[in-house]
Design a protein around this ligand. Sequence first.
Ligand code: ADP
Length: 473
Amino acid sequence: MKKRNTILLLGIFSIIILITAQLIIIRGVWKQKDEMFNLRYRLYSQDALDVMNRQWATDGFDTARILISVKSEQVLRNLAANKADSLTAKEKNDLIEYITLVLNKEQDLSQFLSRFFERRGIDRNFNSKIVINRFELINFDQRIPVFLSEEYANRRSPQQNDTLRRTGPPPGMMRQPRRSSEILVKRPFYETNSYRLDFEYLIDFSDKQKIILRETAASLALSIFSILLVVTLFLITFKNLMEEKRLSNLKTDFINNMTHELKTPLSTITVAGKTLELPMIRTNEAKILETAKLIGKQSVHLNQLINMILEISMWERTQFQLDKKKVRIEEFMNDIVDSFRSGGGNGATITQKYNFKDLDVDVDTIYFTTLINNLLSNAVKYSDQDPVIQIEGFTEENNVCIKVSDNGIGINKNDQKHVFDKFYRASTGNIHKYKGLGLGLYYVKKIAEAHGGDVTVSSKPGKGSIFTVTLPY
Ligand code: ADP
């Protein structure tokens, strides 16, 4: 039990390590693919920008640049007219909003990229994004910038960030850190007489996860497959180990039981032999006869036991040889039950009810007799009260059915699955309250199958058992 738990724990532990290792590998592969994807598109975009520059002699932001210039000059003029040297918060906000809008709307880069990607047959489902890093209005008469945009949060010093948290970010300057899915295509810097602008043009693919998933599908499937394979192999091995352990326990039980079974008649014979040596017995003819009969009976029992074991080991190697004869089944059943009764049915009450009419069935009479005898002697043996046995016989779809019901101790559900196994003894193990080798029902099953039939059991612990034998006719 302890060993089994250790193996189970070790197995589960190794499987967890394996799954963790696989997950780490998958994560690594995913990250690598993600970086490759970004790199690939950065290079494609670079190509696209080069082509655009060469063919159109533009970077796609010409209109935007002019519009921003016009706006900047207008704002500077207003400032001069108002004799102010800086913008109000609202004016700053409006200006940044305007610039962002213009850069987004009045640009040809997105369309060009999209067409460029399409021509190359690669994914073109991206969203573009403009992030302004810095904007300065320059009043060249005074030669100082009148409005300097704040650096973004992630580029500030911690102290600056603290202040910012308290006062809130300046208008238009909200910048989230760049997401890993965003690819930087271009970071232009424009300088004119009225402004300086530094911004980023980013693209973001909505289908990126799907594309990476498609690319990693094979290695992902392999990983899952290898995990499943290892788990299955572990389960099979563990099951086999348990089965072997069960068989080895069964064999040990069998050897114990067999020793016990063989010892009983042998010791009786030994004692009887010693008795015959006594001078007072030798003169008593009746006693001699009684002892001789006892020796004879025990020898027959011993012989039967040994034959059964030999026969079973022979079945393992050779085919079951039946010597079938036609018998009138009802008469034959009556004969078997009568001789069971006279052979010491141990005071069992046996009732019989047959519905065979004059049916003749092909059976090996010796084996068939053993089959019924085994069922009857089990019904007597596994009973804690006066045994009451009912035998019912009828035909059903070209089969002869024989039901043997008893009022014995019954068999629990789990044992019912195994009672026909070789050496199996229900839960009693080698406790010798009920003697046996665990071969009787195995024998019954083998004989029934050799006749092309079968045997089944249904039982309720404490209530009794019903064994049903079916044979084709
Ligand atoms: P044995 O009787 O030698 O142990 P069998 O193969 O005849 O072996 O039976 C296997 C097991 O099935 C028995 O150990 C017993 O626990 C259970 N069994 C068989 N017949 C009956 C019955 N009529 N009532 C209750 N238990 C039974």
